[in-house]
Design a protein around this ligand. Structure first.
Ligand code: ACM
Length: 262
């Protein structure tokens, strides 16, 4: 199957321009799965909850409509981030869309830094979606630092983790090699580039979007400061085999009764 990232440079608050940027970058793109950055249509650095609220949408809003059209155009399952308005609260969420057949949302569980001032943390468990014979899990950006996130998805059978991101720390891309290796899953970490200086924050987003293989190998890596699109063919069945060698199966060798969780 073909998996892709579209690393963009969002303009804060300008949804239409941010949709157009992705439309232009995907003109000839055909893939089975395309991952976009976290909050790709709105930007990331809010000055107030009110500002984030004004950019929020229901899961049927403009961003969903755009992702649906992108899915029809590219024939791909699309995963990308948006501010979700749900029952009066706002979440840093991702939508998974496949044409007009499938729509799912994930509300980010582990909020980073001042995200805690604007967003409610997700309360729904990590879930895996079985679409076109591929098992896809979703996590968002800072979820990477909690090994339980990738593990929860992998234990449910995820073969690929779609990982929309707005990374500002330098660790995630290296960490994803280990997350993928220890769970024997693929991951598409899609980051953004550019700077946002708003309110108290000066963020430089670190680019380097990455497609990581089940054995920890990096299959594709974007530049740190350029818009970039990459498509990679993977054999997703490799993620079903958890054997590291003849004696070690990374899932069967786990010993949860000896682990402390709380
Ligand atoms: C992040 O979670 N956007 C760093």
């Amino acid at each position: 199957m073909k998996v892709a990232y579209i690393q963009t440079s969002p303009i804060f608050g300008e949804k239409e321009q941010n949709f157009n940027q992705i439309d232009d970058l995907s003109t000839d793109l055909k893939a089975d799965l395309i991952v976009l950055p976290e909050l790709f249509a709105t930007g990331y650095t809010f000055k107030s909850r009110d500002e984030a609220n004004k950019l929020a949408e229901s899961s049927n809003g403009k961003t969903y409509q755009f992702l649906k059209s992108l899915s029809f155009k590219t024939s791909a399952i699309i995963v990308g981030g948006f501010i979700e308005l749900l029952k009066g609260k706002i979440y840093n969420s991702s939508l998974l869309v496949f044409k007009d057949l499938i729509k799912a949302t994930y509300q980010k569980i582990h909020l980073f830094n001042q995200e805690k001032l604007w967003f409610s943390p997700g309360k729904e468990k990590y879930r895996v979606y079985d679409i076109n014979n591929t098992k896809i899990g979703i996590m968002i950006c800072f979820d990477w630092i909690f090994p339980e996130a990738t593990r929860s998805l992998a234990l449910q059978g995820a073969e690929i983790i779609a990982h929309p991101s707005n990374l500002v720390l330098p660790y995630c891309q290296n960490a994803m090699k280990i997350r993928c290796l220890e769970n024997r899953v693929f991951a598409v970490t899609t980051n953004r580039i550019g700077k946002e200086s708003r309110g108290d924050n000066r963020f430089l987003f670190t680019g380097g979007s990455q497609i990581t293989s089940y054995n920890g190998e990096v299959l594709a890596k974007a530049p740190k400061d350029e818009i970039h699109v990459e498509v990679v063919s993977i054999d997703v069945s490799n993620a079903q085999n958890k054997k590291l060698n003849d004696y070690n199966d990374l899932f069967k060798d786990r010993n949860p009764q000896l682990y402390t969780y709380e």
